[in-house]
Design a protein around this ligand. Structure first.
Ligand SMILES: [Zn+2]
Length: 249
């Protein structure tokens, strides 16, 4: 359940303040190599999201910070929050959410409103969560123009030698669905914070970032393969339909 949905009008979440110094130290470890010093890896997932709704006059955003529990991954909590926002707004608009409700309901089905969902988390989504995020976004896209960005610090349960890692496959599917994936190390504000907090040595950080970029390339390669596969099957479908129609004429 959503703990607290904040509602800001005409204000923007400052990215620098998404996570406290303590949270950066605890969750965003860029000095650890995969499959090494296993006990030092964060055993919890931290996730922050901002859903921004823009039109010409208003700028409304919903944001929350979520964690995993023993039963649920943080992403499952995110989907619950999103469902609460989208369903709740339609069913019983709260007084303080009236502006957002109006904005959402007015544009439903005509996609005038641009929405952006920015998710920042320490671990990448697992395969199951990636599948669930993808299908929920597909659902939203039927009514709204939504742009999704997922930034993460470490690849979830990544076994370096296994190219067929299912979680990598899940990320490729997200990328294939035009969801933008980013490594948090490429964010200037986080780079600065990590440097300031002196998490790990510069050498270790460099080594880890290199590995992460390599895995990101693997994700993109797999996403490209998926795209080609979809295109091929589309071509085949068109070809078989053309063949069928020429048979009947
Ligand atoms: Zn998950």
């Amino acid at each position: 359940m959503a703990e607290a949905l904040s509602y800001d009008d005409e204000s923007e979440d400052s990215e620098d303040n998404i996570f406290s110094d303590e949270e950066i130290k605890q969750y965003f470890r860029v000095d650890l190599m995969y499959m090494e010093r296993v006990k030092e890896w964060p055993n919890k997932t931290i996730l922050h999201y901002v859903l921004t709704v823009n039109n010409l006059k208003t700028h409304t955003s919903f944001s929350n910070k979520l964690f995993n529990s023993s039963k649920k991954h943080a992403e499952e909590n995110l989907l619950e929050d999103l469902k609460e926002i989208f369903d709740g707004l339609e069913k019983n608009p709260l007084e303080e959410l009236e502006g957002a409700f109006k904005a959402l309901s007015l544009t439903k089905k005509n996609k005038v409103m641009k929405m952006e969902l920015e998710i920042t988390m320490n671990y990448s989504p697992c395969k199951e969560c990636a599948d669930n995020i993808k299908s929920y976004i597909n659902e939203i896209e039927k009514d709204f123009d939504i742009h999704v960005i997922i930034r993460f610090g470490s690849f979830y349960l990544l076994y370096p030698k296994d190219d067929k890692n299912k979680h990598i496959e899940g990320l490729a599917q997200l990328q294939n669905a035009e969801i933008i994936l980013y490594l948090v190390w490429d964010l200037n504000w986080l780079k600065k914070r990590i440097k300031k907090l002196e998490i790990g040595s510069k050498k270790e950080r460099k080594k880890r970032k290199k590995k992460d970029r390599k895995y990101m390339e693997l994700v993109s390669k797999k996403a490209l393969k998926l795209l080609k596969k979809t295109r091929n099957s589309l071509h085949k479908n068109v070809a078989s339909k053309t063949a069928k129609s020429s048979e009947t004429t």
